[in-house]
Write a new protein. Structure first.
Length: 139
C-alpha cells in the first residue's frame, strides 16, 4: 500500500465562499500514481468545511441562506464564543453542519463519484490563509 499527502491552500477575499476543488483533488490523485484506494479531503481549520454536492449556483445561494438562518453571523453578541473577542462563532457552527471531510473511493485512477458530485471547500470565516489536506492511500 502507498500513501500520498498534499496540502491545498486557500485565502478568500470574503468571509464566506464555496470553492469547487475537484480539479485540484484530481490533480493530487494523478500526482500520487495511486489507481485503487481511498482519497480523504479535509479542512484543516475549525471554521472551514469540505463537502460533496452539486456545482450549481442556485444551490450555493440556498446553502448561504439556509446556513445563515441556522447560525446567523449577527448579532455577534448572541454567541458565548465571541465573548473572547472573536466574531466567528457562527463559522464554527456552520462548519459543524457542513462537515470536516469527505472520503472518495479511487477506482482505475479516478475519483469514483456519483452523478453531479463535486468536492467543495466551504469557507465561513475567510480573509486569511487556510489549508485543506488531501491524503490518498492505496496502490
Amino acid at each position: 500500500m502507498h500513501s500520498f499527502r498534499k496540502e491545498l491552500w486557500f485565502e478568500t477575499k470574503t468571509r464566506r465562499a464555496y470553492i469547487n476543488i475537484t480539479q485540484q483533488v484530481e490533480g493530487a490523485l494523478a500526482e500520487s500514481g495511486i489507481r485503487e484506494g481511498l482519497c480523504l479531503v479535509n479542512a484543516m481549520h475549525i471554521s472551514a468545511s469540505v463537502f460533496i454536492n452539486d456545482d450549481e449556483s442556485g444551490l450555493h445561494a440556498d446553502f448561504e441562506r439556509w446556513l445563515e438562518g441556522l447560525a446567523p453571523h449577527a448579532p455577534t453578541s448572541q454567541y458565548r464564543h465571541n465573548d473572547t473577542g472573536e466574531d466567528n462563532a457562527d463559522a464554527h457552527l456552520k462548519r459543524t453542519i457542513m462537515g470536516r471531510e469527505v472520503v472518495v473511493a479511487v477506482t482505475n485512477g479516478k475519483l469514483d463519484f456519483g452523478p453531479w458530485e463535486q468536492i467543495f471547500y466551504g469557507e465561513f470565516d475567510g480573509r486569511r490563509k487556510k489549508r485543506v489536506l488531501v491524503k490518498i492511500i492505496g496502490q
